[in-house]
Design a protein around this ligand. Structure first.
Ligand SMILES: NC(=O)c1ccc[n+]([C@@H]2O[C@H](COP(=O)([O-])OP(=O)(O)OC[C@H]3O[C@@H](n4cnc5c(N)ncnc54)[C@H](O)[C@@H]3O)[C@@H](O)[C@H]2O)c1
Length: 267
């Protein structure tokens, strides 16, 4: 029987992480590189991607590749697996993490329902859901070849729950309809993938709860009082689930959604 250290080791494997230079994306890259995994950094800004790739390689001694890409452009998305194949010859883990989030500052986004625009809804669906569909479809041959293929889709508690508007009263914060709808779609797309791509590839989703980012004090107090563990999440809270779902620790786990929210959704 393998030891726990053997099961979690990702030596020689290759992970593609979208939105890799954002808060959670960086945490995921550090986590997998700590477990000896080679890393593909996908995000919009080419300089940030290159800088972060250099940081990851020098800190952990793994190989890393910076791929700047607009996930709203289908040809950009579809080109990713070929670039990964060329550099690493394999893809074992795909983490779909990039998204328009509540704080993305788009027009017609985190505002009242009557002001949320159809064009922003479409843009958000394109990045948060359609790009994931395209990237998964194009990555299937490489992930199947891996023998250990694992897709991890980063959803949200707002893919499961309706917003409690009392949390936002009197703040500048919002909870866009397209965010919720795209994340709900992502959770169901993950289940669909898990049976469609089995047995070669596993697919699971994660629903993080709210992460502390110096939010409005009033919001913070209300959010924390609704959370059984009495705090918002921090990035480190997601290292465990990412290590678990990426590695052979979870090799008999597929089609599941993991809610990491300090108990927010338990009552
Ligand atoms: N922050 C939270 O409280 C929270 C809660 C639940 C779920 N999540 C989810 O976690 C994931 C990461 O969120 P985060 O808080 O780290 O946000 P973030 O804004 O720090 O990271 C998102 C990354 O996605 C990239 N991105 C956005 N649009 C892109 C595009 N068109 N093409 C390529 N890259 C693009 C951004 O450049 C950014 O680096 C998201 O899927 C988000 O929905 C976050």
């Amino acid at each position: 029987m393998k030891t726990i250290f053997e099961l979690i080791d990702l030596k020689g494997r290759c992970a593609v992480i979208t939105g890799a230079t954002g808060y959670l994306g960086r945490t995921f890259c550090h986590t997998l590189a700590e477990l000896n995994c080679n890393i593909v950094i996908v995000d919009i800004n080419p300089d940030k991607c290159k800088e972060f790739a250099t940081e990851i390689s020098s800190k952990y001694g793994v190989d890393s590749l910076a791929l700047d890409c607009y996930l709203s452009i289908e040809s950009n998305v579809a080109a990713i697996p070929e670039k990964v194949q060329k550099h690493f010859g394999r893809m074992d883990i795909l983490i779909n993490n990039a998204a328009y989030v509540g704080t993305s500052g788009l027009q017609g986004w985190a505002t009242s329902f009557d002001k949320q625009s159809t064009s922003t809804w479409r843009q958000a669906l394109e990045v948060n859901l359609t790009a994931v569909f395209t990237l998964c479809r194009e990555s299937v041959p490489l992930l199947k070849n891996s023998g250990n293929g694992s897709i991890i889709n980063i959803a949200s508690i707002y893919g499961l729950l309706g917003p409690d508007w009392g949390l936002y009263d009197g703040t500048e914060m919002g909870n866009p309809a397209a965010y919720s709808a795209s994340k709900g779609g992502l959770i169901q797309f993950t289940r669909w993938l898990s049976t469609t791509c089995a047995p070669g590839i596993r697919a699971n989703s994660i629903c993080p709860g709210g992460i502390f980012r110096n939010q409005d004090k009033v919001f913070l107090e209300r959010y924390i009082s609704k959370t059984p563990l009495r705090r918002m999440a921090i990035e480190e809270d997601f290292k465990g689930i990412i290590a678990y779902l990426s590695s052979d620790m979870s090799r008999y786990v597929s089609g599941q959604n993991f809610i990491i929210d300090g108990g927010f959704s338990a009552w």
